[in-house]
Design a protein around this ligand. Structure first.
Ligand code: PGA
Length: 305
């Protein structure tokens, strides 16, 4: 059989989600590219792997068998990679790291500083949403993840390493821009541009206002912090974002942080890995590098200092 590892990887994603669309999102591929890989795998195997009943797809009996074996192959490959990485040591090792959308604002600076300390290391950085990050951890597809606090009960080790305050932003000429100690009740008359439901930012924001019985007008949501900042600048409403997304706009005076009662919402960034995972030396070195305060001092924004 001339099947490829890529076909198996795509097949596993479709089988896990039972959705071509969701698999395409996870793998950063187009849906036709996913369908083509599955068609080719089905041709090689000589049997259909999925069947459509109503609107949903299901694994056929052959699909279930292939899924079980492909998981074993994936696990073996990752173990092989881990053993080889351990033999390489830190110098020459390859770091697999995945970060939440918002952490993108500082992850590259951290990696640049890490590369200066360990010049022969290489890395793959995946920037994705919270749900995909949790899937990657469960399937051992990444060494380390930087994200907000993960949910309990998933057999993960999560270590906080830096604060992540959430603030309310407004255009510099907004009526509330110069006010002090704005009460939460004053926000109920404003429109908000917020992050998508599955983001850590949105979950924390909903919890904060829910606990205080304040209902916000959050009709507009966006999957990107940059899009939110542009929307706020353009006058679409107020925004709620991590302070780490802001530095440039604050310096340039295009946006201001409002002084609202109870704000900033205090959160933390966590380094997360599977419980009991044997980290390759390069990932261990990155972990230690982050826990050592120098790296964090480098990326803390002026606004939190
Ligand atoms: P996010 O960031 O809002 O981009 O998902 C992660 C988090 O804050 O938990």
């Amino acid at each position: 059989m001339h099947l490829t590892l890529r076909q198996l990887e795509v097949f596993q994603a479709v089988a896990r989600h039972l959705s071509y669309t969701r698999a395409a999102e996870e793998l950063h591929l187009s849906q036709p590219a996913v369908s083509m890989q599955i068609r080719q795998l089905e041709e090689t195997v000589g049997l259909p792997l999925f069947e459509k009943l109503g609107k949903k797809i299901h694994l056929t009996e052959a699909g279930r068998e292939v899924f079980q074996y492909s998981q074993g192959i994936g696990q073996h490959l990752r173990e092989m990679e881990e053993v080889v990485e351990a033999l390489k040591g830190v110098q020459g090792g390859h770091l697999r790291i995945s970060v939440a959308t918002t952490a993108n604002y500082f992850a590259t600076r951290l990696l640049a500083a890490f590369s200066r300390r360990y010049p022969d290391t290489t890395f793959s950085l995946d920037i994705t949403n919270r749900k995909t990050l949790l899937g990657q951890l469960t399937n051992n597809e990444t060494d380390l993840v930087i994200m907000g606090k993960p949910p309990d009960g998933l057999d993960l080790d999560a270590t906080p390493f830096m604060e992540n305050p959430l603030v309310i932003i407004a255009p510099a000429d907004h009526a509330l821009a110069k006010k002090k100690k704005i009460p939460l009740s004053a926000l109920q008359d404003e429109s908000f541009v917020v992050r998508e439901l599955e983001s850590g930012t949105r979950i924390a924001m909903e919890r904060f206002f829910g606990e205080r019985g304040v209902k916000l007008n959050t009709g507009m949501d966006m999957t990107s912090n940059s899009a939110i900042k542009h929307a706020v600048e353009a006058g679409l409403g107020l925004g709620i974002v991590s302070i780490h997304t802001l530095e440039l706009e604050l310096e340039a005076g295009r946006l201001v942080v409002l002084d609202v009662d109870g704000f900033p919402i205090q959160r933390h960034w966590y380094l997360v890995m599977r419980h009991g995972k044997r980290l390759p030396p390069v990932a261990r070195a990155f972990f230690d590098f982050l826990m050592d305060g120098d790296a964090i001092r480098l990326i803390r924004t002026e606004a939190i200092r």
